[in-house]
Design a protein around this ligand. Structure first.
Ligand SMILES: CC(=O)[C@@H](O)[C@H](O)COP(=O)(O)O
Ligand SMILES: NCC(=O)COP(=O)(O)O
Length: 242
């Protein structure tokens, strides 16, 4: 079954705009779960422009589904993983000044560093996932460094979906097939939305998790959060070949 993990970064963006506590990030996480989310994702960034490290601590005992913490594995990230012990830590190669995640790891070049980090996180009893482009070498590299899962970086898929969806998904299907062959779990995320999600799921039925934030929170402005989460769940539950 593919789980829907709702990324609540954008709730924190809105809260931070006024400096108070509206909307309340912790309450939103609770509500997302009540509305059907099977996981909560956050991506604290060094400048804390949306999720703050204190939010991550506050969410520790609140999230009852799968808590997924994403980020670049610097000292602060490793400390928060150790304190919170989420279900999953997703390693993302973002520099501190990127607007949003824009590439997967080079798991070959960074083999040694990533192997050490992954071992450390696994010793905390936390599942590890590595954000990668749909490139067979990077998938093989993720297995070699001991990751439990990969998360396929889906921005290029989303960007090309409306031009030629079969072409846009081709490398993802190949990467997913390789991941499953070599025993890696399979996540996907970035710019997934109500247009492109069902097709991705049809082409890659073995997805373990999709994490979705930006589009889902935007859709919630129009459809409401409960209804929107149900709409996304239908995309991954009811998708048929088409
Ligand atoms: C790893 C990934 O694709 C998402 O976490 C994305 O980076 C969201 O981060 P922002 O909300 O900061 O854009
Ligand atoms: N891992 C991807 C994620 O959490 C959400 O990305 P996006 O939907 O905000 O682009």
């Amino acid at each position: 079954m593919t789980k829907l993990s709702v990324n609540i970064n954008k709730i924190a963006t809105l809260r931070n705009a006024r400096g108070g506590n509206n909307p309340n990030v912790v309450q939103t996480a609770r509500d997302c779960e009540r509305f059907g989310a099977e996981g909560i994702t956050v991506h604290p960034r060094p400048d804390e422009r949306h999720i703050r490290y204190t939010d991550v601590m506050d969410l520790k005992d609140v999230v009852t589904t799968e808590f997924n913490i994403e980020g670049y594995p610097d000292e602060r990230f490793m400390e928060i993983i150790e304190k919170v012990r989420p279900a999953q830590a997703t390693l993302v190669p973002d520099g501190p000044d990127v607007l949003t995640s824009c590439a997967g790891w080079d798991t070959v070049t960074h083999e040694e560093k990533l192997s050490e980090i992954i071992e450390e996180i696994k010793n905390m009893g936390v599942r590890t996932s590595v954000f990668v482009d749909p490139d067979l070498k990077m998938v093989d590299g993720a297995s070699k460094i001991g990751a439990d899962r990969i998360e396929l970086y889906t921005e290029p898929y989303a960007a090309h979906f409306h031009q030629d969806r079969a072409e846009a998904v081709k490398n993802y299907v190949a990467a997913a097939k390789r991941a499953k062959e070599i025993g890696l779990g399979l996540n996907a995320g970035h710019d997934l939305d109500l247009h492109n999600l069902a097709y991705l799921k049809q082409q890659i039925p073995d997805l373990d998790e999709v994490s979705i934030g930006h589009a889902l929170i935007c859709d919630a402005l129009y459809y409401g959060l409960e209804n929107t989460i149900q709409m996304y769940l239908r995309q991954i539950r009811d998708s048929k070949e088409g």
